[in-house]
Design a protein around this ligand. Structure first.
Ligand SMILES: Cc1cc2nc3c(=O)[nH]c(=O)nc-3n(C[C@H](O)[C@H](O)[C@H](O)COP(=O)(O)OP(=O)(O)OC[C@H]3O[C@@H](n4cnc5c(N)ncnc54)[C@H](O)[C@@H]3O)c2cc1C
Length: 246
């Protein structure tokens, strides 16, 4: 069995697009049928490989948006000048095939045994693996308390908005809208900073586990804010999407 699982993770395999959901004007969730999927943990990612007709190949990493046990899905934000994300968000159709391998990553994952309370910090599409964690928590009936601090440019850019508007018991979602706020908005309206962390985060004395994911500058800023707030580095897990991505 172990051999099968390892082969599954390292080998490129063909997946078929089952459904496409527009989350925001720039962001699309792609649900995939992966015949030889070995299963995954909440927080892991996959490698996606596209091959052009002339043989040119491009590979990118995408977090798995679905919980373990659910069909594999990814949620991709379109970067207008990007190579791969415009194809995935605009060209790909139901029934098309893409190549992938995985799951990849054993550090930015959460399972019930890890405990909590959980502090989840998302910048833009960095919410994707955190959503997998939230769904996993719900599916296994965990009551670990969770706070999600989610930074988006505007309300229209909030990914999984209807899902996050109805969090399960014990989950609190706190938004900050950095560039544009709707009339009457009373929530945070700035980038995550030390003051916001101090207001939102579980005190370090409660031994929380933090997961921060998003563009590299976001992740580095919130991780150092958490350290300044007293979180030990070993209780802060980070996933960097790169210089852009929000
Ligand atoms: C572990 C992990 C998980 C990820 N999960 C997700 C996810 O769930 N959802 C998601 O949307 N993204 C995710 N990403 C990011 C994703 O892998 C891609 O980086 C992203 O989709 C952009 O790819 P692209 O081909 O569209 O853009 P690219 O072509 O790679 O370009 C990215 C940016 O770099 C610039 N650029 C490219 N080449 C150059 C150059 N030579 N000089 C200067 N600038 C350049 C482009 O203009 C563009 O702004 C993840 C990344 C990692 C590492």
């Amino acid at each position: 069995m172990a051999g099968t699982a390892v082969r599954g993770r390292l080998t490129w395999q063909t997946a078929t697009v089952k459904s496409l959901i527009d989350e925001t004007p720039q962001v699309r969730t792609i649900s995939l049928s992966v015949p030889e999927w070995a299963g995954h943990q909440a927080g892991q990612h996959i490698d996606v490989r596209l091959t052009a007709e002339d043989g040119y190949q491009a590979e990118r990493e995408y977090s798995i948006a679905s919980a373990p046990g659910e069909p594999v899905s990814i949620t991709v934000e379109r970067l207008e000048d990007g190579e791969v994300s415009p194809y995935l968000t605009e060209e790909l159709r139901v029934g098309d095939e893409i190549e992938l391998r995985g799951p990849v990553g054993g550090y930015f994952v959460w399972d019930v045994a890890e405990g909590g309370p959980l502090l989840l910090l998302a910048g833009g599409s960095g919410v994707v693996p955190l959503r997998a964690i939230l769904r996993h928590r719900e599916r296994v009936g965990s009551t670990v308390p969770v706070r999600l601090l989610y930074s988006s440019r505007s309300l229209a850019d909030v990914i999984y908005r209807s899902e996050l508007d109805q969090p399960s018991a014990g989950v609190t979602v706190i938004h900050t809208l950095t560039r544009q706020q709707p009339p009457g908005w009373t929530g945070y309206a700035r980038r995550v900073d030390q003051q916001m962390i101090a207001e939102v985060a579980w005190p370090a004395a409660e031994a929380p586990l933090a997961y921060a994911c998003g563009p590299t500058p976001f992740v580095e800023a919130v991780a150092s804010d958490l350290v300044a707030f007293g979180y030990p580095a070993r209780r802060i897990r980070t996933e960097r999407f790169g210089a852009t991505g929000q």
